[in-house]
Structures are given as structure tokens and as C-alpha cells.
Design a protein around this ligand. Structure first.
Ligand code: GSH
Length: 311
């Protein structure tokens, strides 16, 4: 099998979600470290403009957004399942909540002045400033909760998770781990990076035991790769077959852009080569990476047909 390459950086919670899943699946993978802020020229060569972290590469296929990446990992390596039959549907609904509502409560709360120094430990004042400016530009519509509101919201969410574990179950939805555990764990992992903020977690002992179990899955086995090597893998790699289910106004090979609808609204342009309820796939060409297929989840992405001017 062509190797799985994860493009990520250490301090990224969504990357941690995927690293833990690779541990849960006991997989071997290649690790490419990407910059945490723009510019990211080697990322752009592969994704065509999508800047968020992580993304995954298999040959000349590029998978954006962890919702899709996790599905692909589970298909490649079905056991143990990320979407066990007993909780399927519910697991994805809880995961989506954790990836959005919980994440956007936990992260800004952790980045309060007492926490940010730990999260960005060792950063120069210039790097601090650059990080702040990058994230402000990436999510201009983010309305930050006050510290008081943020703490209150987070406590309520953590209490709900704690409550799920009241009956002694080992994982959030029961006896088996599922995608819900990994999506929730990334926020707990991030809060724990900042010990003064992480004291908030002390009130939730069951959550503590649950997190230890998820964390114990580890990260699988990885070896490092440079971004240049990953681009070379794409240039000589093949793409996987895609399926196409027509949607109103969209036909195969249409020239389109695909853009996240929540934040980091950077459009990626290409030809529509795959479409189904799970994913949208576009083909694009890059000088260095050659022809790549860039995959996005269908949910939370906008597909826009490009209108060619006629004279
Ligand atoms: N829905 C996306 C969210 C990814 C995301 O927000 N990642 C953060 C890092 S954890 C990010 O992209 N930050 C900006 C960057 O890395 O450039 C996913 O599931 O992959």
C-alpha cells in the first residue's frame, strides 16, 4: 500500500485527534511538519490553497479536513472500528459537536493570557504577534467569549461529558471507543497544554480517567519526511478512483472552487472529478506536485461552479 503521509504540527489539536486515531489503529505513517501560520508554500503546492491543519496524503490524493481523513483511515484499516455499528450515527453527531462547539469553546479559553504562554512556549514576541495576526485574519467572524462566559460554557460542556461517563462506561458512548472520543479528546489535550488553565479539569475525575485511556492509544509508528519529499511522492504518485453522484447544477469535470464555510475561507480551484454524500474531489495541477486530487468532506464545504465568460 502507498504510505499514508500526515501533514501536521505538534501543537495542533485536530492533528492530535488524527495522531491518536493512528495510534488506536496501530498504523505506520510518515510525518511531515507544516508551518502553523501562513505562508505555507509547500502546503499550497499540494492542497491548492487549503491552509488548515492537518491534511493527509496518499500518493497524489490529498485529503483535507479530519472529518474526511478519519473516514478514509477507517476504510483503509477497518479494525478496530472508528464508527462501531452500535453507536454509528450518534458517534458522528457527537464528534461534529466536539469538533465545532467544544473546540471553539476550549481553544479560546485556553488561549487566555495565563494559557497562551504555555501553548506557545519559547515563541519570541514577534512570533506571538504573528500568530495572533494570522488567526485573526483566518477567522474574522469569530466572536470571542469573555473569560467569564468562556469558563461557564466550558464547565457546562465538560459536565455533560462527565455525565456520559456516570454509569462507569469506559468510553463516551459505551464499551467501545468511537470517533466521538477522539474528537472530544483533542480539546482536553489542548487545555492540558496550559497547566494554569487545566486546573479547570480537576472537577471532572471521570473525564480524567477517560482521557488517560484515549491518550494511551499513543500515536502509532511514524518516520519523518520533508515537505519536498512529500511533493515528490505526489508528483510520481497515482490517484484513487472516485465516484460521482450528480447534484443539481454540478456535472463531472465542471470547473469549480471548493471553500470551507466556517473559517479559513480560501477557495481551492480545479475540475470536479468526484462527488458523493461523503466527499467532493477536484483535480488540479501544480508545477511541482503534478496532477493531484484534492478531497474535501461534502459537509461544511461550498462548491461553486466557475462561470466562464463568453464574448
Ligand atoms: N474542520 C477542520 C478544522 C481544522 C483546524 O481548524 N485546524 C487548525 C489547527 S488545529 C488550523 O487549521 N489552524 C490554522 C493553521 O494550521 O493554519 C478539520 O477537522 O480538519
Amino acid at each position: 500500500m502507498t504510505e499514508l503521509i500526515l501533514h501536521h504540527y505538534q501543537g495542533s489539536p485536530f492533528s492530535e485527534k488524527v495522531r491518536l486515531i493512528l495510534g488506536f489503529k496501530d498504523m505506520s505513517w510518515r510525518s511531515v511538519i507544516v508551518p502553523a501560520i501562513l505562508p505555507k508554500p509547500d502546503v499550497m503546492a499540494l492542497t491548492g490553497g487549503y491552509r488548515r491543519t492537518p491534511f493527509m496524503q496518499i500518493g497524489a490524493d490529498i485529503y483535507c479536513d479530519t472529518a474526511l481523513m478519519c473516514r478514509v483511515i477507517d476504510t483503509l484499516n477497518p479494525a478496530p472500528p472508528l464508527y462501531p455499528a452500535t453507536t454509528s450515527g450518534v458517534a458522528e453527531i457527537v464528534a461534529q459537536w466536539a469538533d465545532t462547539t467544544l473546540f471553539w469553546t476550549a481553544v479560546p479559553f485556553t488561549m487566555q493570557p495565563a494559557g497562551i504562554a504555555h501553548v506557545l512556549a519559547g515563541a519570541t514576541p514577534e512570533a506571538f504577534k504573528a500568530f495572533g495576526a494570522d488567526r485573526a485574519a483566518m477567522s474574522p467572524n469569530l466572536r470571542r467569549a469573555t473569560l467569564t462566559d468562556g469558563a461557564a460554557h466550558l464547565r457546562t460542556y465538560l459536565a455533560r461529558l462527565e455525565h456520559l461517563l456516570d454509569d462507569g462506561r469506559p468510553f463516551l458512548l459505551g464499551a467501545l471507543p468511537s470517533i466521538a472520543d477522539f474528537s472530544a479528546a483533542q480539546s482536553i489535550w489542548f487545555i492540558r497544554l496550559a497547566p494554569p488553565v487545566a486546573t479547570l479539569l480537576d472537577a471532572y475525575p471521570r473525564l480524567h480517567g477517560w482521557y488517560a485511556k484515549v491518550n494511551a492509544f499513543g500515536q502509532g509508528r511514524f518516520t519523518k519526511m520533508t515537505s519536498g519529499e512529500a511533493i515528490a511522492v505526489a508528483a510520481r504518485g497515482a490517484t484513487a478512483a472516485t465516484s460521482f453522484t450528480a447534484e443539481v447544477g454540478l456535472a463531472q469535470d465542471d470547473e469549480v472552487t471548493v471553500t470551507p464555510t466556517d473559517y479559513a475561507h480560501d477557495p481551492v480551484a480545479g475540475h470536479l472529478v468526484g462527488l458523493d454524500p461523503q466527499e467532493v474531489v477536484i483535480a488540479r495541477r501544480d508545477e511541482r506536485a503534478g496532477t493531484v486530487h484534492v478531497h474535501f468532506p461534502r459537509i461544511a464545504f461550498q462548491i461553486k461552479k466557475q462561470v466562464t465568460a463568453t464574448v
